[in-house]
Design a protein around this ligand. Structure first.
Ligand code: NAD
Length: 260
């Protein structure tokens, strides 16, 4: 028996990285999962992996900045699975630059996808989640909690997500909608690979991973499994007394200097 048996989850950004992995782990834990993303080929792979493992999944084409597509995704989930219990918002972009190179278009795109996209996902799912109570799990970042060079647009967007969730936790409590944020540090996904190709062109990925691992007292970077484990905890009744909070997954990076 899985801890999410009988539950239905909608995961945005499910074509790649943390969304793809968490969608598969939700299904393994017993949930039926609507996998939504702009990238249809990636979503098809995630859905195929869930089906191959014996789980239930549905593919949805979703640009999170489009309210009509957000509403259609929730409607398709309800048509297919008749309920919605869990929303995990993983769709996001990691674009940012130092202020001198940060143009308005990049800043606005980051805000549109990371903040407005999260808002629209939640707004579109709110009524369905409120029918029997539900769990919203947003992807923040340690970049929304601390500062760093070259991360102002991304960091501002993630700080906005964290406080959006804190506010909605208060509004959602009477409907038994719990709202929490997962704030990872570095987890090697296509987004992080792209970020370091931009920040450190030509640097071998293995050397970058070793450098990042040394920044954390626990001496490693995170894995998609670390995020999925936290997401399953937040989606399940094991976290029934938790709302409006962040789970920080950073190997101790934001606590203090690494001894390494
Ligand atoms: N990987 C990390 O180290 C890390 C750390 C902290 C936070 N995060 C956050 O976790 C989330 C997932 O990141 P990831 O590392 O898996 O990245 P990723 O690039 O592997 O996946 C992001 C997904 O979002 C989708 N997406 C982008 N724009 C979209 C849009 N407009 N509509 C719908 N889908 C869209 C992409 O197609 C992609 O499938 C992001 O919000 C990211 O900011 C990641």
């Amino acid at each position: 028996m899985g801890v999410l048996d009988g539950r239905v989850a909608l995961v945005t950004g499910a074509a790649s990285g943390l969304g793809a992995h968490s969608a598969q782990q939700f299904a393994r834990a017993g949930a039926a999962v609507c996998c939504a993303d702009l990238n249809d080929a990636g979503v098809a792979e995630t859905v195929a992996a869930i089906h191959a493992a014996g789980g239930q999944a549905l593919a949805a084409h979703l640009d999170v900045t489009r309210e009509d597509q957000q509403q259609a995704t929730v409607a398709a989930t309800l048509d297919h699975f008749a309920r919605l219990d869990i929303l995990m918002t993983c769709a996001g972009v990691g674009e940012s630059e130092r202020i001198e190179a940060l143009d308005l278009a990049t800043f606005e795109r980051t805000m549109a996808i990371n903040v407005t996209g999260t808002f629209l996902s939640i707004k579109s799912a709110w009524e369905a989640l409120g029918r029997e109570g539900g769990s919203i799990i947003a992807l923040g970042s340690v970049a929304g909690l601390i500062g760093g060079v070259g991360f102002s647009a991304y960091g501002a967007s993630k700080a906005a997500v964290i406080n959006l969730i804190r506010n909605l936790a208060v509004e959602g409590a009477p409907k038994k909608i719990r709202c929490n944020t997962i704030c990872p540090s570095w987890i090697w996904t296509p987004m992080v690979d792209k970020t370091f190709q931009r920040l450190l062109p030509g640097a071998p990925p293995e050397a970058v991973r070793t450098y990042l691992a040394r920044q954390a007292p626990l001496g490693r970077i995170g894995t998609p499994e670390d995020v999925a484990n936290a997401a399953i905890f937040l989606a399940s009744d094991a976290s029934s007394f938790m709302t409006g909070r962040e789970i920080v997954l950073d190997g101790g990076m934001t606590i203090g200097p690494s001894p390494r």
